[in-house]
Write a protein that binds this ligand. Structure first.
Ligand SMILES: Cc1ncc(COP(=O)(O)O)c(C=O)c1O
Length: 376
């Protein structure tokens, strides 16, 4: 069966070799006589799978032992509540600051307000003038020197890749330069996790749902500096208290075993393909090819401020939006699937995660050209 090129924003394409390996091991994992789904989460087989996944992830991120790696449930939305419940009260009265640059950071900010005093440190939720042109709301990142971070805040949260908007932070702020040296950064990296080298030591916590770049839905990677753990609000469920999850190596309660296993296979695939530096090189080439074409024509348009265009999620609109349905139908017929933009922004979106090869992006660009020749 021919599989189409899959541009889904998540759950999204997985490396085909990972799917093949999982299929081959489905009935009998490494002579155990069982599928991974049928194993006890405390038995030696799964403990090996889980510990290996953690150790591979630590290698990929170059993590120091000061950080706990936790495989959790609840997704990015779950962490929007789990993070404040764990961290917001660590300096007394619960308080945290938020950089709001799109849909997902807005959601994080709103959810945190249920647990304490959440304030906006900076937002791109309004239009602005940049580089001599107007940028629409949530298509740009506020300059770091305009951020207002309270010194007494428990943390500063940002979403380093807005999956819907297609806005990516290429770097993180230096909290000392922001005059808030004791405020750790908390980063929602869900949609560009493992897509390039990231210096996790510059943040207090990073989390990511697996279902974009790192595996299937169901497991969330939560990476937290150990000194921040242990101050959960009394209302925090025990199963979501990082102190419990970290102490039990992600097995305080039954974790999403099969999702962790697949994520572990993806980590091995990333390692075998040059690690995060290898991923970055491939992702740069794919992004350059796609943005290069979009910029060469007025038939399509990507609205994002150029320096913060996401390498993972590329939204674009057709000059004539009445052609949207024809575009999507033609794309499906050409073997290019899940290109429809998020309903809140419309248009199209190509998510070109780690597992989407350059050949897929080349096929997309060919289709863009062909469609333009026909309708332009
Ligand atoms: C950046 C980001 N954060 C959070 C979420 C929410 O994740 P979930 O649906 O796993 O709760 C998403 C989902 O697409 C996302 O892209």
């Amino acid at each position: 069966m021919a599989r189409p090129w899959n541009f889904s924003a998540g759950p999204s394409a997985l490396p085909e070799v990972v799917l093949q390996q999982a299929a081959a091991e489905m009935l009998d994992w490494h002579g155990s006589g069982m599928s991974v789904m049928e194993m006890s989460h405390r038995g030696k087989h799964f403990v090996q799978i889980c510990d290996e996944a953690e150790s591979d992830l630590r290698d990929l991120l170059g993590l120091s032992p000061d950080y706990a790696v936790m495989f959790m449930q609840g997704g990015g939305s779950g962490e929007n509540a789990i993070v404040p419940m764990n961290l917001m009260g660590r300096r007394g009265t619960p308080a945290a600051d938020f950089v709001v640059t799109g849909h997902w950071s807005s959601r994080s900010y709103k959810e945190a307000g249920r647990y304490g005093d959440a304030q906006v440190a900076a937002t791109s939720g309004q239009a602005t003038q940049l580089d001599g042109g107007e940028q629409a709301p949530f298509t740009w990142v506020p300059p770091v020197d305009t951020w207002k971070v309270r010194k007494e805040s428990a943390y500063l949260h940002l979403c380093s890749n807005e999956t819907i908007g297609g806005v990516e932070f290429m770097d993180w702020p230096d909290m000392a330069a922001l005059d808030a040296p004791d405020v750790p950064l908390v980063v929602d990296a869900s949609s560009h996790f493992l897509s390039r080298p990231m210096d996790v030591s510059r943040c207090g916590m990073m989390y990511a749902g697996a279902q974009k770049n790192a595996g299937p839905a169901g497991v969330t990677m939560a990476i937290c500096r150990r000194d921040l753990i242990g101050h959960a609000l009394p209302i925090c469920p025990s199963a979501f208290d990082y102190a419990n999850v970290a102490a039990e190596h992600s097995r305080y309660n039954t974790p999403p075993t099969f999702a962790i296993y697949i994520a572990g296979l993806v980590f091995k695939w990333v390692k075998a393909n040059g690690g995060v530096a290898g991923m970055e090189a491939a992702n740069k080439a794919k992004a350059e090819l796609l943005y290069g074409y979009l910029d060469s024509t007025s038939f399509y348009r990507n609205p994002i401020h150029v320096p913060v265009r996401s390498r993972m999620n590329v939204p674009f609109v057709l000059r004539d939006e009445s052609l949207n349905d024809a575009f999507l139908q033609g794309a499906e017929a050409a073997g290019l699937t899940q290109l429809k933009g998020h309903k809140s922004v419309g248009g199209m979106r190509a998510s070109i995660y780690n597992a989407v090869p350059l050949a897929a992006v080349a096929a997309l660009v060919e289709y863009l050209k062909e469609f333009e020749r026909r309708y332009g």
